[in-house]
Design a binder for this molecule. Structure first.
Ligand code: XMP
Length: 510
Protein backbone atom coordinates (compact mmCIF):
# COMPACT_ATOMS: atom_id res chain seq x y z
CA UNK A 1 0.00 0.00 0.00
CA UNK A 2 1.35 3.41 -0.96
CA UNK A 3 1.75 5.82 1.91
CA UNK A 4 2.21 9.53 2.32
CA UNK A 5 3.92 11.07 5.32
CA UNK A 6 2.40 14.29 6.59
CA UNK A 7 5.23 15.86 8.55
CA UNK A 8 3.59 18.01 11.16
CA UNK A 9 5.12 21.38 11.96
CA UNK A 10 2.24 22.50 14.14
CA UNK A 11 -0.19 23.85 11.56
CA UNK A 12 -3.82 24.21 12.44
CA UNK A 13 -4.96 22.34 9.32
CA UNK A 14 -2.65 19.33 9.53
CA UNK A 15 -5.49 16.87 10.06
CA UNK A 16 -7.27 18.25 7.03
CA UNK A 17 -4.21 17.56 4.89
CA UNK A 18 -4.24 13.89 5.86
CA UNK A 19 -7.98 13.71 5.32
CA UNK A 20 -7.73 15.15 1.81
CA UNK A 21 -5.07 12.60 0.90
CA UNK A 22 -7.11 9.75 2.29
CA UNK A 23 -10.21 10.98 0.47
CA UNK A 24 -8.20 10.34 -2.67
CA UNK A 25 -7.70 6.78 -1.44
CA UNK A 26 -4.05 7.10 -0.53
CA UNK A 27 -3.09 6.30 3.05
CA UNK A 28 -1.62 9.29 4.88
CA UNK A 29 -0.16 9.33 8.34
CA UNK A 30 0.66 12.37 10.41
CA UNK A 31 3.91 12.36 12.31
CA UNK A 32 5.17 15.30 14.37
CA UNK A 33 8.52 16.48 13.03
CA UNK A 34 10.06 15.86 16.43
CA UNK A 35 9.11 12.22 16.43
CA UNK A 36 10.41 10.87 13.19
CA UNK A 37 13.98 11.08 11.99
CA UNK A 38 15.51 10.90 8.57
CA UNK A 39 16.53 7.28 8.91
CA UNK A 40 13.01 6.20 9.82
CA UNK A 41 11.59 8.16 6.91
CA UNK A 42 14.03 6.55 4.52
CA UNK A 43 13.30 3.07 5.81
CA UNK A 44 9.53 3.54 5.78
CA UNK A 45 9.55 3.96 2.00
CA UNK A 46 6.93 6.68 1.69
CA UNK A 47 5.73 7.60 -1.79
CA UNK A 48 5.70 11.25 -0.89
CA UNK A 49 6.03 13.69 1.98
CA UNK A 50 3.91 16.73 2.80
CA UNK A 51 5.23 19.41 5.13
CA UNK A 52 2.37 21.07 6.99
CA UNK A 53 2.02 24.72 7.82
CA UNK A 54 2.88 26.09 11.22
CA UNK A 55 2.60 29.30 13.19
CA UNK A 56 6.34 30.12 13.23
CA UNK A 57 8.84 32.08 11.25
CA UNK A 58 11.74 30.03 9.84
CA UNK A 59 14.27 32.59 11.06
CA UNK A 60 13.28 32.11 14.66
CA UNK A 61 15.80 29.65 16.10
CA UNK A 62 13.03 28.17 18.24
CA UNK A 63 10.84 27.40 15.26
CA UNK A 64 10.55 23.85 13.92
CA UNK A 65 13.40 22.91 11.61
CA UNK A 66 14.32 19.62 10.04
CA UNK A 67 17.36 17.80 8.73
CA UNK A 68 17.94 19.30 5.23
CA UNK A 69 18.95 15.81 4.13
CA UNK A 70 15.24 15.18 3.68
CA UNK A 71 15.44 17.17 0.44
CA UNK A 72 17.90 14.66 -0.99
CA UNK A 73 16.03 11.46 -0.20
CA UNK A 74 14.64 11.32 -3.72
CA UNK A 75 11.11 11.27 -2.30
CA UNK A 76 8.73 13.93 -3.69
CA UNK A 77 7.90 16.68 -1.19
CA UNK A 78 5.06 19.18 -1.06
CA UNK A 79 5.46 21.99 1.45
CA UNK A 80 2.42 23.99 2.49
CA UNK A 81 2.66 27.52 3.92
CA UNK A 82 5.31 27.28 6.66
CA UNK A 83 6.31 23.98 5.06
CA UNK A 84 7.01 25.78 1.77
CA UNK A 85 9.00 28.48 3.53
CA UNK A 86 10.99 25.85 5.35
CA UNK A 87 11.90 24.18 2.06
CA UNK A 88 12.97 27.54 0.62
CA UNK A 89 15.04 28.30 3.69
CA UNK A 90 16.66 24.86 3.88
CA UNK A 91 17.53 24.89 0.19
CA UNK A 92 19.18 28.32 0.35
CA UNK A 93 16.37 30.62 -0.74
CA UNK A 94 15.15 33.68 1.09
CA UNK A 95 12.10 34.08 3.29
CA UNK A 96 10.92 37.34 4.76
CA UNK A 97 8.01 39.15 6.25
CA UNK A 98 5.28 39.73 3.67
CA UNK A 99 4.65 43.22 5.00
CA UNK A 100 3.03 44.32 8.21
CA UNK A 101 -0.38 42.80 7.58
CA UNK A 102 0.41 39.55 5.81
CA UNK A 103 -2.22 37.99 3.59
CA UNK A 104 -5.34 36.29 4.93
CA UNK A 105 -8.41 34.83 3.33
CA UNK A 106 -9.51 34.18 -0.21
CA UNK A 107 -7.14 35.43 -2.89
CA UNK A 108 -6.87 35.12 -6.66
CA UNK A 109 -3.93 33.02 -7.75
CA UNK A 110 -2.33 33.11 -11.19
CA UNK A 111 -0.42 30.00 -12.07
CA UNK A 112 1.82 28.73 -14.81
CA UNK A 113 1.13 25.60 -16.68
CA UNK A 114 2.61 22.80 -14.63
CA UNK A 115 2.01 19.17 -13.75
CA UNK A 116 1.01 20.21 -10.23
CA UNK A 117 -1.70 22.44 -11.66
CA UNK A 118 -3.07 20.28 -14.44
CA UNK A 119 -6.84 20.62 -14.78
CA UNK A 120 -6.70 23.79 -12.66
CA UNK A 121 -7.61 27.07 -14.43
CA UNK A 122 -4.82 29.62 -14.91
CA UNK A 123 -6.60 31.80 -12.37
CA UNK A 124 -8.48 30.52 -9.34
CA UNK A 125 -9.32 31.27 -5.73
CA UNK A 126 -7.00 30.04 -2.97
CA UNK A 127 -6.93 30.44 0.80
CA UNK A 128 -4.01 32.39 2.22
CA UNK A 129 -2.98 32.73 5.84
CA UNK A 130 0.58 33.98 6.33
CA UNK A 131 2.81 36.82 7.36
CA UNK A 132 6.12 35.52 5.99
CA UNK A 133 6.60 34.58 2.35
CA UNK A 134 9.27 33.33 -0.02
CA UNK A 135 11.28 36.29 -1.33
CA UNK A 136 13.78 34.41 -3.48
CA UNK A 137 13.47 30.81 -4.57
CA UNK A 138 16.46 28.53 -3.99
CA UNK A 139 18.67 27.37 -6.82
CA UNK A 140 17.03 24.74 -8.95
CA UNK A 141 13.53 26.06 -8.15
CA UNK A 142 11.30 28.29 -10.20
CA UNK A 143 8.23 30.30 -9.36
CA UNK A 144 5.05 28.50 -10.43
CA UNK A 145 2.31 30.82 -9.22
CA UNK A 146 1.70 34.18 -7.60
CA UNK A 147 -0.95 36.48 -6.17
CA UNK A 148 -1.07 40.27 -6.05
CA UNK A 149 0.49 40.34 -2.58
CA UNK A 150 2.68 37.30 -2.89
CA UNK A 151 4.73 36.98 -6.08
CA UNK A 152 5.94 33.52 -5.12
CA UNK A 153 2.82 31.63 -4.04
CA UNK A 154 4.12 28.35 -5.47
CA UNK A 155 7.55 27.12 -6.41
CA UNK A 156 9.01 23.88 -7.62
CA UNK A 157 12.15 21.96 -8.46
CA UNK A 158 11.07 19.42 -11.05
CA UNK A 159 14.42 17.64 -10.95
CA UNK A 160 14.08 16.75 -7.29
CA UNK A 161 10.26 16.76 -7.38
CA UNK A 162 10.06 19.23 -4.50
CA UNK A 163 7.28 21.79 -4.40
CA UNK A 164 6.06 24.53 -2.11
CA UNK A 165 2.69 26.25 -1.90
CA UNK A 166 2.15 29.39 0.12
CA UNK A 167 -1.62 28.87 0.07
CA UNK A 168 -3.60 26.10 1.73
CA UNK A 169 -4.92 23.53 -0.76
CA UNK A 170 -6.41 21.48 2.10
CA UNK A 171 -9.13 23.96 3.05
CA UNK A 172 -12.34 23.98 1.05
CA UNK A 173 -11.98 27.71 0.31
CA UNK A 174 -9.21 26.81 -2.14
CA UNK A 175 -11.33 26.05 -5.18
CA UNK A 176 -9.03 23.48 -6.81
CA UNK A 177 -7.22 22.27 -3.71
CA UNK A 178 -8.31 18.70 -4.15
CA UNK A 179 -7.15 18.68 -7.76
CA UNK A 180 -3.73 19.96 -6.68
CA UNK A 181 -3.46 17.11 -4.18
CA UNK A 182 -4.59 14.70 -6.88
CA UNK A 183 -1.85 15.98 -9.19
CA UNK A 184 0.78 15.72 -6.48
CA UNK A 185 -0.23 12.23 -5.39
CA UNK A 186 -0.79 10.59 -8.73
CA UNK A 187 1.27 12.57 -11.25
CA UNK A 188 4.23 13.58 -9.07
CA UNK A 189 4.45 10.75 -6.54
CA UNK A 190 2.98 8.03 -8.74
CA UNK A 191 0.71 6.75 -5.97
CA UNK A 192 -2.01 4.22 -6.60
CA UNK A 193 -5.49 4.92 -5.24
CA UNK A 194 -5.69 1.62 -3.45
CA UNK A 195 -6.59 2.43 0.11
CA UNK A 196 -9.94 2.53 1.80
CA UNK A 197 -10.71 2.02 5.46
CA UNK A 198 -13.23 -0.74 4.85
CA UNK A 199 -10.52 -2.80 3.19
CA UNK A 200 -8.59 -2.84 6.46
CA UNK A 201 -11.52 -4.08 8.46
CA UNK A 202 -11.46 -7.77 7.59
CA UNK A 203 -7.73 -7.83 8.29
CA UNK A 204 -8.26 -6.15 11.63
CA UNK A 205 -11.00 -8.56 12.57
CA UNK A 206 -8.76 -11.52 11.75
CA UNK A 207 -5.89 -9.98 13.72
CA UNK A 208 -8.00 -9.38 16.83
CA UNK A 209 -9.53 -12.83 16.53
CA UNK A 210 -6.06 -14.35 16.56
CA UNK A 211 -4.81 -12.16 19.40
CA UNK A 212 -7.80 -11.94 21.70
CA UNK A 213 -9.97 -15.03 21.30
CA UNK A 214 -10.71 -16.65 24.62
CA UNK A 215 -9.67 -13.53 26.52
CA UNK A 216 -12.15 -11.16 28.11
CA UNK A 217 -12.25 -7.67 26.68
CA UNK A 218 -14.25 -4.90 28.33
CA UNK A 219 -15.66 -1.91 26.49
CA UNK A 220 -17.65 1.12 27.64
CA UNK A 221 -20.39 1.53 25.06
CA UNK A 222 -22.04 4.93 24.91
CA UNK A 223 -24.06 4.53 21.72
CA UNK A 224 -21.92 7.23 20.11
CA UNK A 225 -20.40 6.44 16.73
CA UNK A 226 -16.88 5.65 17.91
CA UNK A 227 -17.65 3.25 20.72
CA UNK A 228 -20.44 1.62 18.68
CA UNK A 229 -18.18 0.90 15.73
CA UNK A 230 -15.37 -0.32 18.00
CA UNK A 231 -17.84 -2.63 19.71
CA UNK A 232 -19.18 -4.09 16.47
CA UNK A 233 -15.72 -4.65 15.10
CA UNK A 234 -14.50 -6.44 18.20
CA UNK A 235 -17.73 -8.38 18.42
CA UNK A 236 -17.13 -9.68 14.91
CA UNK A 237 -13.65 -10.73 16.04
CA UNK A 238 -14.26 -12.31 19.42
CA UNK A 239 -18.03 -12.54 19.89
CA UNK A 240 -19.13 -13.00 23.49
CA UNK A 241 -15.63 -12.49 24.85
CA UNK A 242 -16.30 -8.82 24.32
CA UNK A 243 -18.30 -7.52 27.23
CA UNK A 244 -19.83 -4.13 26.58
CA UNK A 245 -21.02 -2.05 29.50
CA UNK A 246 -23.54 0.64 28.72
CA UNK A 247 -23.93 3.04 31.62
CA UNK A 248 -27.27 4.80 31.20
CA UNK A 249 -26.87 7.91 33.34
CA UNK A 250 -30.46 8.95 32.74
CA UNK A 251 -29.25 12.04 30.89
CA UNK A 252 -29.68 10.66 27.41
CA UNK A 253 -32.05 11.91 24.76
CA UNK A 254 -35.58 10.55 24.59
CA UNK A 255 -35.64 6.85 23.78
CA UNK A 256 -31.90 6.64 23.29
CA UNK A 257 -31.07 4.16 26.01
CA UNK A 258 -33.59 1.71 24.62
CA UNK A 259 -32.33 2.23 21.09
CA UNK A 260 -28.78 1.38 22.12
CA UNK A 261 -29.91 -1.71 24.00
CA UNK A 262 -32.19 -2.88 21.19
CA UNK A 263 -29.54 -2.38 18.53
CA UNK A 264 -26.65 -4.01 20.26
CA UNK A 265 -28.27 -6.76 22.25
CA UNK A 266 -31.11 -7.80 19.96
CA UNK A 267 -29.90 -6.90 16.50
CA UNK A 268 -26.24 -7.72 16.89
CA UNK A 269 -26.31 -10.13 19.82
CA UNK A 270 -23.64 -8.36 21.83
CA UNK A 271 -22.81 -9.46 25.32
CA UNK A 272 -24.19 -6.22 26.74
CA UNK A 273 -24.68 -5.05 30.28
CA UNK A 274 -26.97 -2.04 30.60
CA UNK A 275 -26.76 -0.27 33.92
CA UNK A 276 -29.69 2.00 34.67
CA UNK A 277 -28.03 4.46 36.98
CA UNK A 278 -30.27 7.49 36.49
CA UNK A 279 -31.29 7.73 40.14
CA UNK A 280 -27.69 7.63 41.32
CA UNK A 281 -26.67 10.44 39.02
CA UNK A 282 -29.68 12.53 39.97
CA UNK A 283 -28.96 12.29 43.67
CA UNK A 284 -25.31 13.27 43.11
CA UNK A 285 -26.43 16.26 41.05
CA UNK A 286 -29.02 17.49 43.56
CA UNK A 287 -28.48 21.16 44.31
CA UNK A 288 -25.54 21.52 41.91
CA UNK A 289 -25.79 24.45 39.51
CA UNK A 290 -22.29 25.15 38.28
CA UNK A 291 -21.56 23.61 34.82
CA UNK A 292 -18.01 22.41 35.46
CA UNK A 293 -19.05 20.93 38.76
CA UNK A 294 -21.84 19.03 37.01
CA UNK A 295 -19.38 17.76 34.40
CA UNK A 296 -16.98 16.63 37.08
CA UNK A 297 -19.67 14.84 39.09
CA UNK A 298 -21.10 13.07 36.05
CA UNK A 299 -17.62 12.03 34.89
CA UNK A 300 -16.59 10.70 38.28
CA UNK A 301 -19.85 8.87 38.85
CA UNK A 302 -19.69 7.36 35.40
CA UNK A 303 -16.30 5.84 36.16
CA UNK A 304 -17.52 4.60 39.51
CA UNK A 305 -20.52 2.80 38.00
CA UNK A 306 -18.35 1.35 35.26
CA UNK A 307 -15.80 0.12 37.77
CA UNK A 308 -18.45 -1.53 39.90
CA UNK A 309 -19.76 -3.44 36.91
CA UNK A 310 -16.26 -4.40 35.82
CA UNK A 311 -15.43 -5.74 39.26
CA UNK A 312 -18.39 -8.07 39.04
CA UNK A 313 -16.89 -9.50 35.86
CA UNK A 314 -13.51 -10.11 37.44
CA UNK A 315 -10.18 -9.92 35.67
CA UNK A 316 -10.32 -8.77 32.09
CA UNK A 317 -7.46 -9.06 29.65
CA UNK A 318 -8.02 -5.79 27.83
CA UNK A 319 -9.92 -2.58 27.94
CA UNK A 320 -11.21 -1.53 24.51
CA UNK A 321 -11.77 2.09 23.62
CA UNK A 322 -13.26 3.95 20.70
CA UNK A 323 -10.29 6.30 20.38
CA UNK A 324 -10.09 7.76 16.86
CA UNK A 325 -7.23 9.44 14.98
CA UNK A 326 -7.99 13.04 15.93
CA UNK A 327 -7.91 11.94 19.60
CA UNK A 328 -4.42 10.59 19.06
CA UNK A 329 -2.77 13.40 17.17
CA UNK A 330 -2.40 16.66 18.88
CA UNK A 331 -0.68 19.23 16.78
CA UNK A 332 3.00 19.54 17.59
CA UNK A 333 2.69 17.47 20.71
CA UNK A 334 3.05 14.23 18.92
CA UNK A 335 1.39 10.93 18.73
CA UNK A 336 1.89 10.21 22.39
CA UNK A 337 -0.97 8.09 23.58
CA UNK A 338 -3.67 10.55 24.45
CA UNK A 339 -6.17 8.08 25.78
CA UNK A 340 -9.71 9.04 25.28
CA UNK A 341 -11.78 9.02 28.40
CA UNK A 342 -14.88 6.91 28.50
CA UNK A 343 -17.25 8.54 26.10
CA UNK A 344 -15.52 11.75 27.07
CA UNK A 345 -16.83 12.09 30.55
CA UNK A 346 -14.17 10.76 32.85
CA UNK A 347 -10.70 9.35 33.01
CA UNK A 348 -9.49 5.79 32.86
CA UNK A 349 -10.86 3.51 35.52
CA UNK A 350 -8.37 2.99 38.30
CA UNK A 351 -9.55 -0.09 40.10
CA UNK A 352 -9.80 -2.34 37.06
CA UNK A 353 -6.61 -4.12 36.20
CA UNK A 354 -6.06 -5.07 32.61
CA UNK A 355 -3.05 -6.05 30.54
CA UNK A 356 -3.60 -3.93 27.48
CA UNK A 357 -5.68 -1.25 25.85
CA UNK A 358 -7.22 -2.10 22.49
CA UNK A 359 -8.09 0.79 20.21
CA UNK A 360 -9.19 -0.54 16.84
CA UNK A 361 -10.07 2.86 15.41
CA UNK A 362 -7.03 4.86 16.38
CA UNK A 363 -5.86 5.25 12.77
CA UNK A 364 -9.13 6.56 11.40
CA UNK A 365 -10.88 9.86 10.97
CA UNK A 366 -14.54 10.24 11.86
CA UNK A 367 -15.76 9.91 8.25
CA UNK A 368 -13.77 6.72 7.93
CA UNK A 369 -15.16 5.38 11.19
CA UNK A 370 -18.65 6.02 9.84
CA UNK A 371 -17.78 4.13 6.65
CA UNK A 372 -16.55 1.18 8.72
CA UNK A 373 -19.76 1.35 10.76
CA UNK A 374 -21.87 1.18 7.62
CA UNK A 375 -19.85 -1.73 6.38
CA UNK A 376 -20.40 -3.58 9.65
CA UNK A 377 -24.14 -3.02 9.36
CA UNK A 378 -24.58 -0.31 11.99
CA UNK A 379 -27.99 1.32 11.34
CA UNK A 380 -27.89 4.69 9.60
CA UNK A 381 -29.43 6.47 12.59
CA UNK A 382 -26.41 5.46 14.67
CA UNK A 383 -23.82 5.92 11.91
CA UNK A 384 -25.04 9.45 11.21
CA UNK A 385 -25.64 10.27 14.83
CA UNK A 386 -24.84 13.84 15.70
CA UNK A 387 -22.32 14.39 18.46
CA UNK A 388 -23.71 14.25 21.95
CA UNK A 389 -21.70 15.40 24.95
CA UNK A 390 -20.67 12.71 27.40
CA UNK A 391 -22.36 14.52 30.31
CA UNK A 392 -25.52 14.49 28.18
CA UNK A 393 -28.52 16.55 29.14
CA UNK A 394 -26.71 17.38 32.37
CA UNK A 395 -25.04 20.23 30.50
CA UNK A 396 -28.13 21.11 28.48
CA UNK A 397 -30.17 21.92 31.55
CA UNK A 398 -29.01 25.25 32.90
CA UNK A 399 -28.89 25.30 36.68
CA UNK A 400 -29.95 22.38 38.80
CA UNK A 401 -30.82 19.09 37.11
CA UNK A 402 -34.09 17.51 38.25
CA UNK A 403 -36.18 14.61 37.00
CA UNK A 404 -38.94 16.97 35.87
CA UNK A 405 -36.52 19.13 33.91
CA UNK A 406 -34.97 16.09 32.22
CA UNK A 407 -38.47 14.98 31.18
CA UNK A 408 -39.35 18.41 29.78
CA UNK A 409 -36.11 18.73 27.88
CA UNK A 410 -36.30 15.22 26.42
CA UNK A 411 -39.75 15.98 25.02
CA UNK A 412 -38.85 19.41 23.64
CA UNK A 413 -35.62 18.11 22.13
CA UNK A 414 -37.39 15.15 20.50
CA UNK A 415 -39.96 17.47 18.91
CA UNK A 416 -37.30 19.81 17.55
CA UNK A 417 -35.26 16.96 16.10
CA UNK A 418 -38.34 15.37 14.60
CA UNK A 419 -39.36 18.60 12.87
CA UNK A 420 -35.89 19.10 11.40
CA UNK A 421 -35.66 15.48 10.30
CA UNK A 422 -39.05 15.76 8.58
CA UNK A 423 -38.33 19.09 6.90
CA UNK A 424 -34.93 18.47 5.38
CA UNK A 425 -33.89 14.85 5.61
CA UNK A 426 -31.02 15.26 3.15
CA UNK A 427 -29.78 18.61 4.32
CA UNK A 428 -29.70 18.66 8.08
CA UNK A 429 -27.55 20.87 10.28
CA UNK A 430 -24.54 19.10 11.77
CA UNK A 431 -25.85 19.42 15.29
CA UNK A 432 -29.27 20.48 16.55
CA UNK A 433 -30.80 20.21 19.96
CA UNK A 434 -32.82 21.92 22.64
CA UNK A 435 -31.58 23.41 25.89
CA UNK A 436 -33.65 24.07 28.99
CA UNK A 437 -32.69 27.48 30.27
CA UNK A 438 -32.96 28.50 33.88
CA UNK A 439 -35.24 31.38 32.99
CA UNK A 440 -38.97 31.31 33.42
CA UNK A 441 -41.38 33.55 31.64
CA UNK A 442 -45.03 34.47 31.78
CA UNK A 443 -47.34 33.02 29.19
CA UNK A 444 -51.03 32.64 28.58
CA UNK A 445 -52.91 29.47 27.83
CA UNK A 446 -56.64 29.62 27.34
CA UNK A 447 -57.55 32.31 29.82
CA UNK A 448 -54.98 31.33 32.37
CA UNK A 449 -51.61 32.81 33.17
CA UNK A 450 -48.71 30.38 32.95
CA UNK A 451 -45.20 30.72 34.27
CA UNK A 452 -43.02 28.16 32.55
CA UNK A 453 -39.47 27.62 31.41
CA UNK A 454 -37.85 29.12 28.34
CA UNK A 455 -36.48 26.49 25.95
CA UNK A 456 -33.68 27.44 23.60
CA UNK A 457 -33.25 25.72 20.25
CA UNK A 458 -29.80 25.49 18.72
CA UNK A 459 -28.74 24.28 15.28
CA UNK A 460 -25.29 24.71 13.76
CA UNK A 461 -23.41 23.73 10.66
CA UNK A 462 -19.73 23.02 10.92
CA UNK A 463 -16.89 20.99 9.43
CA UNK A 464 -15.00 20.21 12.58
CA UNK A 465 -16.85 21.73 15.57
CA UNK A 466 -13.89 24.05 16.18
CA UNK A 467 -15.89 26.78 14.52
CA UNK A 468 -19.59 26.63 13.74
CA UNK A 469 -22.20 28.79 12.14
CA UNK A 470 -25.80 29.01 13.33
CA UNK A 471 -28.14 27.39 10.84
CA UNK A 472 -30.58 29.48 8.86
CA UNK A 473 -33.49 27.13 9.47
CA UNK A 474 -36.68 27.86 7.54
CA UNK A 475 -39.15 29.87 9.62
CA UNK A 476 -41.77 27.18 9.03
CA UNK A 477 -39.63 24.59 10.81
CA UNK A 478 -39.03 26.92 13.74
CA UNK A 479 -42.71 27.81 13.81
CA UNK A 480 -43.83 24.17 13.92
CA UNK A 481 -41.25 23.25 16.56
CA UNK A 482 -42.20 26.23 18.70
CA UNK A 483 -45.92 25.66 18.54
CA UNK A 484 -45.61 21.93 19.16
CA UNK A 485 -43.24 22.39 22.11
CA UNK A 486 -45.41 24.96 23.86
CA UNK A 487 -48.55 22.91 23.21
CA UNK A 488 -47.22 19.45 23.95
CA UNK A 489 -44.72 19.96 26.75
CA UNK A 490 -46.16 21.04 30.05
CA UNK A 491 -44.03 23.54 31.90
CA UNK A 492 -42.55 25.27 28.85
CA UNK A 493 -44.04 28.66 28.01
CA UNK A 494 -41.61 30.13 25.51
CA UNK A 495 -39.20 29.05 22.77
CA UNK A 496 -36.20 31.02 21.53
CA UNK A 497 -33.73 30.31 18.71
CA UNK A 498 -30.01 30.79 19.23
CA UNK A 499 -28.36 32.91 16.50
CA UNK A 500 -24.83 32.87 17.89
CA UNK A 501 -21.96 31.36 15.97
CA UNK A 502 -18.77 29.84 17.37
CA UNK A 503 -16.67 31.78 18.14
CA UNK A 504 -17.56 33.71 20.20
CA UNK A 505 -20.25 31.36 21.51
CA UNK A 506 -19.61 27.63 21.92
CA UNK A 507 -21.90 24.96 20.52
CA UNK A 508 -23.17 23.84 23.90
CA UNK A 509 -24.39 26.47 26.34
CA UNK A 510 -22.55 25.00 29.28
P1 XMP B 1 -18.44 23.31 22.33
O1 XMP B 1 -19.59 23.52 23.25
O2 XMP B 1 -17.13 23.19 23.03
O3 XMP B 1 -18.71 21.90 21.63
O4 XMP B 1 -18.39 24.31 21.21
C1 XMP B 1 -18.00 21.37 20.56
C2 XMP B 1 -18.48 19.96 20.34
O5 XMP B 1 -18.13 19.15 21.47
C3 XMP B 1 -19.30 18.62 22.09
N1 XMP B 1 -19.10 18.71 23.56
C4 XMP B 1 -18.77 17.69 24.34
N2 XMP B 1 -18.56 16.40 24.06
N3 XMP B 1 -18.13 15.95 26.34
C5 XMP B 1 -18.25 15.55 25.05
O6 XMP B 1 -18.11 14.35 24.80
C6 XMP B 1 -18.32 17.23 26.72
O7 XMP B 1 -18.21 17.57 27.88
C7 XMP B 1 -18.66 18.14 25.66
N4 XMP B 1 -18.91 19.46 25.62
C8 XMP B 1 -19.18 19.79 24.33
C9 XMP B 1 -20.44 19.48 21.60
O8 XMP B 1 -21.68 18.77 21.63
C10 XMP B 1 -20.00 19.86 20.21
O9 XMP B 1 -20.29 18.84 19.28
Amino acid sequence: MDRILVLDFGGQYNQLIARRVRELQVYAEIRPYTQVNLREIREAGYQGIIFTGGPNSVYDPASPHYDPGILDLGVPILGICYGAQLIAWMAGGEVGSAGNAGEYGKTMLQMREHLLFSDVPAESVVWMSHTDSIRRVPEGFRVLAGTKECPCAAMGDDGRRIYGLQFHPEVTHTAYGKQIFRNFLFSVCGCRADWNPSGDVELMIAKYRAELSGKKVLLALSGGVDSSVAALLLHRAIGKDLISVFVDHGLLRKGEGDLVERTFRQKFGLNLIRVNAGERFLSKLAGVREPEEKRRIIGAEFIRVFEEEAQKIGHVHALAQGTIYPDVIESGKGASAVIKSHHNVGGLPEVISFDEIVEPLRDYFKDEVRAIGTMLGLPEELVRRQPFPGPGLGVRIAGEVTREKIGMLQEADAIFREEIDKAAPGNKPDQYFAVLTDTRSVGVMGDARTYGYVVLLRAVSTDDFMTAEWSRLPYEVLERASSRITNEVRGISRVVYDISSKPPATVELE
